[in-house]
Design a protein around this ligand. Sequence first.
Ligand SMILES: [Zn+2]
Length: 342
Amino acid sequence: MAFPITRLRRLRQSEQLRSMVRETRLSPHSLVYPMFVCPGEGVRKEVRSMPGVFNLSVDQAVKEAGEAHGLGVPAVILFGLPEKKDEVATGAWAEDGVVQQAARAIKREVRDLVIMGDVCLCEYMSHGHCGVVRAAHPQSLGAAVAAPPAAATEYEIVNDATLEILARTAVSLARAGVDVIAPSDMMDGRVGAIRKALDQAGLANTPILSYAAKFASGFYGPFREAADSAPQFGDRRSYQMDGANLREAMREIGLDIEEGADMIMVKPAMPYLDVIAAARERFDLPLAAYQVSGEYAMIEAAARNNWIDRERVMLEALQSIRRAGASIILTYYAKEAARLLG
Ligand SMILES: [Zn+2]
């Protein structure tokens, strides 16, 4: 029955009616707050390209985590800025690594907060890549590369050698009190390698949230400043996914599930809402999406120019991610959204 019998505006007449027929609801229960932990004490350094986001020393991270928890945010995800970087990512798996210290301190002070730990090596490698780098020339195979190779063809990111370091990192984080291990490196086979290492270490109850479909994206720009993790040469296209590929994203997710992922993630969120929707349709695991630094920075920049209504756009963006099918949203707006959604 069409117009004039049918008039969709009938149900839009008042906020009460609109609220009653609303299909998607945002709630603080679905939010995860990313935090960047750095060395030192009393450090709270704002990231230039991400106003309102800070590099925090452990004591400040504990405060921030407590604040998020108090607002009803159920989980944080920790990234680390180590004191020193090297070619074997020591800062990622060291017992006294900055994230390990933060996890222990937060566990002690903030009860019932879920601590997720990002597992990747780029923040801890001197070259800024997510895996082990090796010269591609046969005569120099085996030599770790410290200095930037002249051309992209002269180095490779070595998959299998990276798995061992990722697994070691995951075990170290879980032992420090991280509740959920979240590998974001995009090496093949990492979920299986991490699952096996956790199980062998007696950590069979630690779940894995895999960044299953992580696309090589320009939207990560501000994050690289926040985590000081920009690659010193080349780019990440040989391991992160091509943004053009939806079917391949489904394969990536399917493989991570076979390897033992407990939850899956699509990253970035807003430019890849169709991937989120397709993943929701196809897989039954809890589905997360990461509203990345560039998505955040665009909203902040436009709002600062008074070109958009900041709060309205923030909630609309989060709602779109929820509507696409993500039940968990990693967002720098977690605290603020939780306050507004109360
Ligand atoms: Zn990385």
